[in-house]
Design a protein around this ligand. Sequence first.
Ligand SMILES: Nc1nc2c(ncn2[C@@H]2O[C@H](COP(=O)(O)OP(=O)(O)OP(=O)(O)O)[C@@H](O)[C@H]2O)c(=O)[nH]1
Length: 688
Amino acid sequence: MSRTTRIERYRNIGIMAHIDAGKTTLTERILYFTGRIHAMGEVHTGSTEMDWMVQEKLRGITITSAATTATWKPMRGPFAGLSHRINILDTPGHVDFTIEVERSLRVLDGAVAVFDASQGVEPQSETVWHQADRHGVPRIAFLNKMDKVGADFAMCLHSIRQRLDANPVPVQLPIGAGPEFRGLIDLLRMRAFFFDEETGESSEPREIPEPLRAEAETLRLRLIEACAEVESTLLQKYVEGRLEDITEEELELALRTGTLQRQLVPVLCGAAFKNKGVRTLLDGIINYLPAPSDVTRASRDEEPLCALVFKLMHDKAVGSIVFLRVYSGTLRTGMTVLNTRQQRRERVGRLMFMHANKREEVDEVHAGDICAALNLRGVRTGDTLCALEAPVVLETLHFPEPVIQLAVEARSRTDQQKMEEGLTRLAAEDPSLRVEVDPETGQQLLSGMGELHLEIVVDRLRTEYGVEASVGQPKVAWRETLRQRVRQEYSHIRQTGGPGQYAQVVMEVGPAPRGSGLVFVDETQGGVIPKEFIPAIEKGVAGAMQRGVLSGHPVVDVEVRLVDGKTHVRDSTPQAFTVAGSLAFQEAARRAGVQLLEPVMDVEVTTPEEFLGDVLGDLSARRGRVRGMEGHGTVRRISALVPMASLFGYVTSLRGRTQGRASATLRLATYEPVPDALQASVLAAAHP
Ligand SMILES: Nc1nc2c(ncn2[C@@H]2O[C@H](COP(=O)(O)OP(=O)(O)OP(=O)(O)O)[C@@H](O)[C@H]2O)c(=O)[nH]1
């Protein structure tokens, strides 16, 4: 099957938002308007097409970023009347699932940021916005819930400017707000549209209502100014005062250029729930967000294949599903490709497009496509698949560090096996979940991004794998690092019976800056240790760091300088040097002194003013340091740094003390040294 839609007419987009801003409802309406589904699901009845996993239905929140495809012909703008293909990557709004946001951002070309118009920018949208900044993703903003009491267009623009440091440029002005939200003024055409209350469809264009004329004109001028900063021809007309010569097309194109260059963010609004503003948003997606060919020049079908694996999923019926974004070339079933990261060849089995929980099988996919492949066995998230003759490695995904740990134990021997299998699959799907076995207790240890994250893993073990597990108390995922620099000599010599082992190393071991992991430098001279043994030594050090020295938690941020060593002609082997590296490091770490580090979270609490004192008192009792506070109406937003160790159950306790009216988001800010008294008690608990 050859390409059906030209690559210039693709839009690979994500929809990002704070939890409850209406992302699922909006996605659903988009699928409805683009003819993909015929019945509209409602989130509260648990029937939406995107939220298809059981837990998602039960909890009403979006966990998995499913990819889905839709077709849209914009009514107006430079692409009017042309059929476009929109691939939507759903991204969750909850902070415990940043990995999902991160992997979507890695493969999408543009995004719609959805805000609750009565709230403005909320903490999680801020986090996701900055993640998108890091990935250089062009965005448009959609102010949803304009029908809600308290919806405030001007407040939202202000908060986008202030909190996101962005340049919001409204292309619409709402007519009324809250229950009075009746229509939109199109600031490019300077016409008004009114909604049908039943269907949400807009009327024929009309005159702008007199009371809104002045505001519309001010905003249009603001729009022209923003476009003039992007396009010099517009600037000319603007400075010469020839505003009436500026055409709608010129403005559309300047808005597109400005969005692609990330100089501005077009702002649209509506109420997804009532179908209001969804069609104009779809037009906006096509008109302002980039095609794959705007982002990567080489994205052509004739180029050699290059694709990124951004997600793995296990499906009971078909087995492992690998989600791919094709950057260039064509991928066909039966083709052999190279997985450059794993250094192995893969034969491509079945290929398909995913429409939420339905699948469309195809025999080839092209540059720009987001698709799923079955039975690619050795593939991991972040791998690159490419043509055998043109190997490349794409930058992999950034996996967040886990902050908490949970021991789980199967209730029976048969469950044990099912649990191991289930955990292996869940960890393959979710690289932010780590699974290991506690060497002392033999229990499975799960490490993850937060309490909710691990709760869901345990829940999935039960519902998808039928495993009843006993779950321990969640613990902090501590880290160790070294207190000072030491010089360490170590000889590993075994010469009794059989082939001997001989390896001697001399290294300087000490702390390295936060976030550097292991910095290993070979400074040996004159070939005292042959080059082929150096990686073996590094492997030994890395293994010892992973196992930890005092508490069984990994050692991080260490510099190791290999300065000297000795070999034996017959008895020196890579294995002997790995052992020497490992034991030298352990000895050095003990002498240098181990400092326990703890994850410190960035906590953002939104609370009604009346609970402010109580919330602050509680944060300080939890060793929290308040960094900032701001108010919006009677609602206060507090930002604080709090150690993970004192945050267990925080969200539940916060709800309890504020009658369910305050909310909080937590994300890892940094690792900090643990106070000595606490370190002593953690170590005592590790070695009772
Ligand atoms: N008043 C009003 N409510 C809306 C609108 N859109 C969505 N909602 C409601 O807001 C709530 C949250 O909507 P969702 O679509 O689940 O939000 P979400 O952002 O997908 O939430 P998560 O998946 O949990 O991140 C639901 O109760 C919706 O019915 C709207 O336009 N107006």
